[in-house]
Design a protein around this ligand. Sequence first.
Ligand SMILES: Cc1cc2nc3c(=O)[nH]c(=O)nc-3n(C[C@H](O)[C@H](O)[C@H](O)COP(=O)(O)OP(=O)(O)OC[C@H]3O[C@@H](n4cnc5c(N)ncnc54)[C@H](O)[C@@H]3O)c2cc1C
Length: 328
Amino acid sequence: MQEKFDIIIVGGGPIGIACGLEAKKQGLTYLIIEKGPIVNSLFNYPINMQFFSSSEKLEIDEIPFISKEAKPKRNEALEYYRRIVTSNQLNIHLFEKVLQVKKEVDEFWVQTDKSEYRGKHIIVATGFYDLPNKINVPGEKLPKVSHYYKDPHFYASQKLAIVGASNSAIDAALECWRKGAEVTLIIRGPEVGQRVKYWVRPDIINRIKEGSIKAYYNSIIKEIKDTEIIINTPEGDLNLQNDFVLALTGYMPNFEFLEQLGIELSDDDKKLPKYNPDTMETNVEGLFLAGVICGGMETHKWFIENSRIHAPIIINSIVEKMQLVQKS
Ligand SMILES: Cc1cc2nc3c(=O)[nH]c(=O)nc-3n(C[C@H](O)[C@H](O)[C@H](O)COP(=O)(O)OP(=O)(O)OC[C@H]3O[C@@H](n4cnc5c(N)ncnc54)[C@H](O)[C@@H]3O)c2cc1C
């Protein structure tokens, strides 16, 4: 017998959790299914990562988030969201991956790698941190290359090339240089990204100016070999000695998963999923989108800050739908 819920929420990130909390408050039956630990994306962020948002902007359901500094660190956010899940006894299945969702008449069948469920409504809150934007060069699969940065200690006394010029790349460059790595930045455009945190941008620009961190602008990496990399710069190709490469060129949502669910995507580069912003319901009736997944390839558009509102919007819309069904 398959368990049946009013709502099945795919993804236990901050926004999936906010949806679960809201569903619980409204007395609906719900299940959050998360393929990793609680707030898996945040768990996989760099260990010393500091949010650009201040803690009150990351709060869900107005539950106070107290942090040591105005902008919380990763560990404080893990504590905050973990306590919300445990103290509210949210119904969440961890380390269980949703493989398929199929609409069958007026409900959905959900298959995971552990079980099967039925849901009257589905909320997809799967974020974008699982799939890195590849740089597509020979050598990208070498073990010395990573698309995720974790801990600066690992790179001490090593020649580290970092590809990218946005927050993740710049934070990693500064942190690793401060822990003794020899850092080279390879930047496709003419400057450090304009969206880099306003208090970090002058720091990196000054480190580059003084020569502590080497930056190649208007440059791309062409090939990664065991002990060197080849980069193309405005002055021509250069061979650089190299121990490790961090390709921090952003991440993208799992579009295949969205398409498999029947969600339409815009046919331009942005691949924006189709949904009604007043209800967050997609072109598939009963299937909703929440959180940063809504931005398609525009992964800088939605944050926890501005997408936490999706939770009450969706749950209110589901409650209204259920009331209409009861009346008819
Ligand atoms: C380095 C970094 C720093 C950021 N800093 C900030 C900040 O300061 N302020 C801010 O507001 N935002 C910030 N963001 C953006 C945003 O807040 C995060 O991306 C946030 O995690 C989005 O929440 P979410 O719940 O929408 O998605 P996520 O937190 O990514 O949650 C999605 C969850 O779905 C799970 N999942 C995926 N597929 C499946 C599946 N098939 N089955 C089951 N589970 C699945 C994943 O494991 C994940 O836990 C930052 C992002 C990054 C990458």
